[in-house]
Design a binder for this molecule. Structure first.
Ligand code: HPA
Length: 274
């Protein structure tokens, strides 16, 4: 599998390079309801995922997915508009595959966004949370199986999965633009069910501030292959609260959409600062 993985990545990258000759060391993966940032990007070239060899086979949502090479904040950037989620039936390795492909394209700085449920009682819908750390023990680790030493070490250190340097930059940008930031621990779960009331409480008790169905596998793969990661959650629902509480996917998308302009500003300015 691992020998195969490297070869597959090489074929993926060779295909992308055929149509996109330019270089960038920054990659962005956009979360649910947060895909509009892709429209802010001056796209030089787009490739539908379905055309890229060895990219995970699309489900309905993945079908619209595309890899964009373009410019944001005056910087060249690779953008995955649409990500692969474990709950769609992809393996954890498949979820992480595009991150590894980006690494082989020369990306060393990865920016991630996601929609997440708030379990910190101080959070409100629409808050932006800088992910300072994560809990991934409820999900499947993308590094399971034979290690590909050419990508990274067997036992990667995870003491700083989210780059303090990048967090510091975003804090400055937010302060300069009057954008309030929350900070917290993102807890990765498989989904697709939203959590029960007992589960939100459990996650809160364990030290999670937010919970979501993405990001941790991408971050693990990115750290494994030596990338710096910055990730931000939009709090789209409040899981932990006393009153009756139902959550729908539509509400999540709506809340994400409303917070998106702030997120776009932060990502654009972060890129400019790099
Ligand atoms: N739980 C899990 N994933 C989510 C949530 C949530 O409450 N909101 C958005 N993604």
């Amino acid at each position: 599998m691992a020998d195969n993985l490297l070869q597959q990545l090489q074929e993926t990258v060779a295909y992308i390079r055929q149509s996109i000759k330019a270089e960038s060391n920054v990659g962005i993966i956009l979360g649910s309801g947060l895909g509009n940032l892709a429209n802010t990007i001056v796209a030089e070239k787009e490739i539908p995922y379905k055309d890229i060899p060895h990219f995970p086979v699309s489900t309905v949502e993945g079908h619209k997915g595309r890899l964009i090479f373009g410019e944001l904040g005056g910087r060249k950037v690779w953008v995955m508009a649409g990500r692969f989620h474990f709950y769609e039936g992809y393996t954890a390795q498949q979820v992480a595959y595009p991150v590894r492909a980006m690494r082989m394209l020369g990306v060393d700085t990865l920016l991630l966004s996601n929609a997440a449920g708030g379990v910190n009682t101080g959070f409100r819908i629409g808050d932006l949370m800088v992910i300072t750390d994560h809990i991934s023990l409820f999900t499947t680790n993308p590094l399971l199986g034979k290690n590909e030493d050419k990508l990274g070490t067997r036992f990667p250190d995870m003491s700083e999965p989210y780059s303090k340097e990048l967090i510091g930059r975003v804090e400055k940008i937010a302060a300069a633009n009057n954008i309030e930031l929350k900070h917290g621990v993102y807890t990765g779960v498989t989904g697709p069910t939203f959590e029960t009331r007992a589960e939100y409480k459990l996650i809160h008790t364990l030290g999670g501030d937010a919970v979501g169905m993405s990001t941790v596998q991408e971050t693990i793969a990115a750290v494994h292959c030596g990338m710096k990661v910055f990730a931000m959650s939009v709090i789209t629902d409040i899981g932990i609260r006393e009153e009756e509480n139902t959550i729908t996917h539509e509400e999540v998308l709506q809340a994400a959409h409303e917070a998106e302009p702030k997120l776009t500003l932060l990502f654009t300015e972060l890129l400019k600062s790099l």
